[in-house]
Write a protein that binds this ligand. Structure first.
Ligand SMILES: Cc1cc2nc3c(=O)[nH]c(=O)nc-3n(C[C@H](O)[C@H](O)[C@H](O)COP(=O)(O)O)c2cc1C
Length: 146
């Protein structure tokens, strides 16, 4: 039955380096655009910012995620985009978030249990490339906070 077929989603996690430190308002402006566009594209996800680095998860219909990622990668506000994870999935991790967000620079580490292990690492470190499950875990830590 055509209607019963499941269409696999594409999930991408990447890290990047902002060309300058982003202030609160700059991040909120970026999110505003992201949330509006992503809702229209049926894309959900999570964006983390810390010490001039981004880590972002994008998931949704394959074509939409691929073209969105190409657009984001070309954004001159950041460089060194590095795909940490790219996988097809049946189910979303961030169903309820057109784009969740956390500015880790404004957190006190004890706020989030388990976070300190990851805070030692830069988002663009080899560690997250080698251990994409750790990147997923980190992103998931912020689900409850948004
Ligand atoms: C780190 C980072 C993450 C971004 N994430 C998204 C996103 O999830 N969705 C989105 O539409 N734009 C995102 N953008 C912005 C895009 O690069 C681009 O500026 C925007 O999609 C253009 O939208 P507009 O044509 O509606 O102005 C992001 C940019 C950066 C630097």
């Amino acid at each position: 039955m055509e209607g019963m077929q499941s269409h696999p989603l594409l999930r991408i996690v990447y890290s990047s380096v902002a060309v300058h430190p982003f202030g609160r308002q700059e991040l909120l402006d970026l999110l505003d655009v992201a949330r509006r566009n992503n809702a229209a594209l049926d894309v959900t996800g999570m964006l983390l910012y810390r010490r001039q680095r981004f880590m972002q998860l994008l998931e949704g219909p394959r074509d939409n995620v691929e073209s969105l990622y190409d657009r984001i990668e070309a954004d001159p506000r950041h460089t060194s985009c590095r795909v940490l994870l790219s996988e097809l999935a049946e189910k979303r991790e961030f169903e309820s978030w057109s784009m969740g967000f956390e500015d880790l620079d404004s957190l006190s580490p004890p706020d989030v249990p388990g976070l300190s292990d990851y805070l030692e690492r830069s988002f663009d470190s080899d560690f997250f490339q080698r251990e994409p499950s750790a990147a997923l875990l980190l992103l998931n830590l912020f689900k409850v906070r948004v």
